[in-house]
Design a binder for this molecule. Structure first.
Ligand code: 4AD
Ligand code: MG
Length: 479
């Protein structure tokens, strides 16, 4: 079929009754040798294509099965049936690719998300994943637009790096050395001089340090790229490969940083509500359906769409780590020993159960926690006058926990060097980072937004593995 196809999204929006159109897509269902429900990825809605079965050869009809790729040409008419305004009265149907019904893994019924993860190459064809990936696209464009409108430059930071930005040591190694025959030094250690880059290299855990260098020249930059963490966390909120957005702004302090992050989150969620109404309505219903299987007290009080509107329309609660510890120590689950990790004293690292208590039970809104103990945060965060806390901020979201982590950076050379020494971070090797503090240093701040956690929040998907096309996690790098 040579003619250009009209997207179904356009047909259901414009209802071009009487016009002749071509559509191309995949068969969702085919009833009574007559009614095809066709999807083409442009919208969650299907178009009903009515086949003139009396004048269509049996051979062709047999090939129109769930999953087959077809094209159809005909007139848009008002629909006789219920559930749609218009349908396509087909004059010609071609089958591009058959899908053997005996073998095609997707049936027009509800499949479990776990099953669909096993066939990640086909799960795009389902309503749920179609909706998730359209929303994901909208969010990523909204992020670029948000920063672009505010005069930020999009910076591409390296994926292969020799520095461990977070100092957490959870990196994937990059090498071309033959692992079965490693070159050795005289002292018996591996001779990385013979490796491709003549040094040890890894996949990046964050583009922040490079972004800081650019911010101290260009003013406002952001990155949006893949990051890799070899942490062995088999949770519904961790991936080994995920996408992170990292703005960095010269002359911003922590308050500016919080304002920027809050404005960004509200902007992109509002954008999705405006542009993905059909998909979000579907995902909202899907979540309601799923929550019916949960005990009453674990169901959310708001629907997905209400939750998104709530975040857009309410300011986030801002408090210090110290204040949060007070709330947690006096909380019911802590007193009744219901938390798996009890909060016994100031200095404790917060677990996701504590973050979720603060957001979901205590404040019932997104929370920004600031000024954490320096011992539990990265070396680059600005030390407060108390010498105990740093200008850190974590943004906590309902159902997700930490969605953003950031800070005002330590711009004072001596204090930064001292912190690095305390934390065993090699200052000589990091001369390129410290040079920004040597020459024209200034206050600056930034943060990292975990993109998949944002997509999870907006789509209501329970597992982070279901908001990325090909999830990588411990034990799995299929497709
Ligand atoms: O809090 P993190 O580790 O902060 C940084 O990497 C800083 N360099 C950011 C900055 O200040 N420029 O990570 C930032 C965010 C987290 O809040 C979380 O949303 C997400 O990245 N994240 C992950 N998402 C999925 N899987 C993982 N394993 C993640 N680890 C962090
Ligand atoms: Mg963090």
């Amino acid at each position: 079929m040579k003619d250009k196809a009209t997207p179904i999204s356009e047909i259901v929006a414009k209802l071009p009754i009487g016009q002749s159109v071509v559509v191309k897509g995949w068969v969702r269902t085919f009833r009574n040798n007559q009614f095809i429900a066709l999807t083409d990825g442009s919208t969650i809605r299907t178009l009903q294509v009515v086949v003139d079965f009396e004048n269509t050869p049996m051979e062709l009809l047999k090939k129109i099965t769930t999953g087959a790729a077809i094209g159809a040409k005909g007139k848009i008419v008002e629909s006789q049936g219920r559930g749609q305004d218009v349908e396509l009265k087909a004059e010609e149907v071609v089958v591009y690719g058959e899908a053997d019904p005996e073998k095609y893994p997707l049936q027009p019924k509800r499949h479990s998300l776990e099953f669909l993860r096993e066939i990640a190459h086909l799960r795009f064809r389902t309503n749920t994943f179609g909706a998730v990936f359209r929303v994901r696209h909208q969010l990523s464009f909204a992020i670029h637009r948000f920063f672009h409108e505010r005069g930020f430059y999009y910076l591409h930071t390296p994926i292969i790096t020799s520095s461990d930005a977070e100092g957490a040591g959870e990196m994937f190694r990059v090498t071309t050395l033959d692992l079965k025959d490693l070159p050795k030094n005289e002292d018996g250690n591996i001779d990385f001089k013979q490796d491709f880059f003549e040094r040890e290299t890894n996949l990046t855990v964050s583009g922040q340090l490079e972004a800081e260098l650019a911010a101290l020249a260009l003013g406002k930059v952001y990155t949006f790229g893949p990051t890799f963490r070899a942490e062995n966390s088999n949770t519904s909120r961790h991936l080994a490969e995920f996408w992170m957005i990292e703005p960095e702004v010269a002359f911003n302090d922590l308050d500016d940083n919080m304002d920027l992050a809050e404005a960004m989150l509200q902007y992109v969620i509002k954008d999705a509500l405006e542009h993905c109404a059909d998909d979000l309505a579907f995902l909202s219903d899907r979540l309601l359906e799923e929550e019916k299987n949960k005990p009453q007290d674990q169901r959310s009080e708001m629907s997905l769409i209400e939750r998104l509107q709530f975040v857009v329309n309410n300011t986030f609660e801002r408090l210090t780590y110290t204040e949060a510890i007070d709330v947690l120590m006096n909380s019911k689950p802590n007193k009744k020993k219901k938390f798996s990790y009890l909060i016994e004293k100031w200095g404790a690292d917060l677990q996701s159960e504590h973050e979720r208590y603060l957001v979901e039970k205590h404040f019932k809104k997104p929370v920004i926690l600031t000024d954490y103990p320096k011992e539990i945060k990265a070396f680059y965060m600005r030390v407060n006058d108390d010498d105990k806390t740093v200008r850190a901020m974590d943004i906590l979201f309902p159902g997700i926990g930490e969605i953003v982590g950031g800070s005002q950076r330590e711009e004072r050379l001596e204090i930064l060097e001292k912190r690095m020494q305390e934390m065993d971070i090699p200052t000589e090797e990091m001369y390129w980072f410290l040079d920004t503090r040597r020459f024209g240093s200034c206050p600056h701040a930034g943060y990292g937004l975990g993109f998949e956690r944002l997509v999870q929040f907006v789509t209501g998907m329970g597992n982070i593995r279901d908001v990325i096309a090909f999830p990588r996690f411990p034990g799995s790098a299929n497709f």
